[in-house]
Design a binder for this molecule. Structure first.
Ligand code: ATR
Length: 499
């Protein structure tokens, strides 16, 4: 069973112990990162395992391997010796593990470790990318059979992440720790049990003076509470979201909360991928059961589908993948999510008689325009690039214009409802406002599909003018509930009230 390891990167032993206490209930093992300790504190490491009261890894990471230790090798080996010296018969007072990089070969250290059954983690870090043969690399690390091999690599592309999953599969017989660092690799930390990794390294991210021990580490609390790390097994069904850069998404929280409350043996994991092709290969290899697709892949995912709903066909956009015996089936839940949310807000069953301005002509606008047309509304499409506005509007016989003075003027005939679909104003572009040429009258209903921030500049202006305003959170939740129905072929459970 994979264990959760908290990297202790404080400047003092006392601070490390304080932080360990705070996170103790989420943690099985601690890693004392001696390289982060103040120089004077490094003399005090020997008693740390006894004070910590749980198994501890002794690590003194060099700068070249992503750590903070800049002294010479002699000094580092001296510190290792200090940590392993005076071993006691009560093993809980000794370091349970020592992390020795592949190139350190100091027989006396290894001897000292083995005598008192401190296990050696034989580590290798590649901060520049991955090795061509990661499985071979992993096997080559093991000098002696009782060591645990650790390979941590920094993926440059999602294909690198995929290679790590493949390496894990072909080394099922090896006791190992295998992970991808960085944002793209966070899923390898969540799925440590699936990969057959001994530990998942985590960081006390809430503590200002505790830097992450390596890029991409997540907090132990998130691993336990959000991803239910302790109940994951190799049989747990895998779901996920693919997008790029996928820096923020509420979907993992949504689905994992539902899985938890329904006691479904499943986990939902983010897969930030720079290539939809690489991701689709991985999805098949690790047998993902269902996938949410977000920006920028809603259109480019379509060639990978074996079957699709009529909505995907007509919108040319897919945000939901479901595994079926023939391959992947694609659906689109954005469109219904949007219209349900807005119709509920205005208390109507359709958009009949409503004159609506749509701002933007991208993927999100496509779903919005299709729903307005299906539900009998009339619209004006305004877009920065006028040609795209025209292309979106013409099949529905909607009006179109550029986002300029003339467009703002035309809005006077389409201002019952205004729907903002672009990314202008989305965190971190907090000053962005795609419609600053238009002054709200206060009678419009205004919807912004953005939900982070809760009030974009555009929506705040509308609210200040007296408009009724709605952000994209409700739509997001509704589309996720439809997605749930696609994944599990059953209604979203209404008794889950927390969402
Ligand atoms: P999505 O799938 O999220 O809609 P998209 O297909 O890339 O993403 O479309 C982005 C939309 O936001 C487009 O309408 C784009 O306008 P252009 O067609 O002119 O590119 C619009 N957009 C993005 N940034 C914008 C900005 N700062 N101001 C106005 N419109 C913007």
């Amino acid at each position: 069973m994979a264990k959760i390891c908290l990297c202790l990167t404080g400047k003092t032993i006392a601070r490390d112990l304080e932080v360990l206490d705070k996170y103790r209930k989420y943690v099985d093992v601690a890693e004392l990162r001696v390289d982060f300790l103040d120089p004077d504190e490094r003399f005090l490491i020997r008693r740390f395992p006894e004070l910590a009261g749980l198994p501890v890894i002794l690590t003194i990471r060099r700068h070249m391997d992503g750590g903070n230790f800049v002294g010479g090798e002699g000094a580092r080996i001296g510190l290792f010796s200090k940590g392993l010296a005076f071993a006691e018969a009560d093993r809980r007072h000794n370091f349970a593990y020592v992390d020795l990089e592949e190139d350190i070969k100091v027989p006396s250290l290894e001897e000292a470790a083995r005598t008192f059954r401190t296990r050696i983690i034989r580590s290798y870090h590649n901060l520049q990318g991955i090795d061509a043969d990661m499985a071979g690399k992993l096997r080559s690390l093991l000098h002696v059979g009782d060591e645990i091999a650790k390979v941590a690599v920094m993926p440059q592309t999602f294909e690198d992440v995929r290679a790590l999953y493949q390496a894990a599969r072909s080394t099922a017989d090896v006791e190992k720790i295998l992970l991808c660092m960085g944002h793209m690799g966070a899923n390898t930390r969540i799925l440590a049990e699936y990969l057959g990794s001994h530990f998942s390294y985590t960081a006390a991210l809430g503590e200002e003076d505790f830097p992450a021990g390596a890029p991409g580490q997540i907090s132990p609390r998130d691993l336990v509470k959000l991803y239910r790390f302790r109940s994951l097994t190799p049989q747990t069904k895998l779901y996920g979201i693919v997008g790029w850069p996928l820096k923020v998404s509420s979907s993992p929280e949504f689905f994992n909360t539902v899985f938890d409350s329904e006691r479904t043996d499943a986990v939902y994991v983010p897969f930030p991928s720079d290539s939809i092709g690489s991701f689709m290969n991985l999805a098949e290899e690790i047998n993902l059961q269902g996938v949410s697709v977000t920006v920028p892949y809603k259109e480019t995912v379509i060639p990978y589908l074996n079957s699709k709903t009529a909505e995907v066909e007509s919108l040319g956009a897919c945000n939901t993948l479901i595994t079926v015996p023939q391959g992947w089936s694609g659906a689109n839940t954005d469109a219904r999510g949007f219209s349900d949310s807005l119709l509920d807000f205005i208390g109507k069953k359709d958009f009949k008689g409503k004159r609506i301005t749509i701002i933007g002509a991208g993927g999100a606008a496509k779903a919005v325009a299709a729903e307005i047309f299906r539900l009998r509304g009339k619209a004006l499409v305004l877009n920065r690039t006028q040609l795209r506005a025209r292309e979106l509007a013409s099949p529905y016989r909607f009006a179109s214009a550029a986002l300029d003075d003339r467009g703002a003027e035309m809005m006077n005939g389409y201002n019952d409802i205004i729907v903002q679909t672009t990314s202008a104003g989305m965190d971190p572009d907090l000053e962005g406002d795609p419609l600053d040429l238009y002054s709200f009258k206060g009678t419009e209903v205004v919807m912004d599909l953005i939900y982070k921030p809760e009030r974009t500049r555009f929506l705040s202006r509308a609210e200040a003018a007296g408009c009724r305003v709605l952000n994209g959170r409700d739509m997001l939740i509704r589309q996720a509930k439809y997605q749930y129905s696609c994944f599990f072929r059953r209604e979203y459970p209404t008794r889950i009230v927390s969402q």
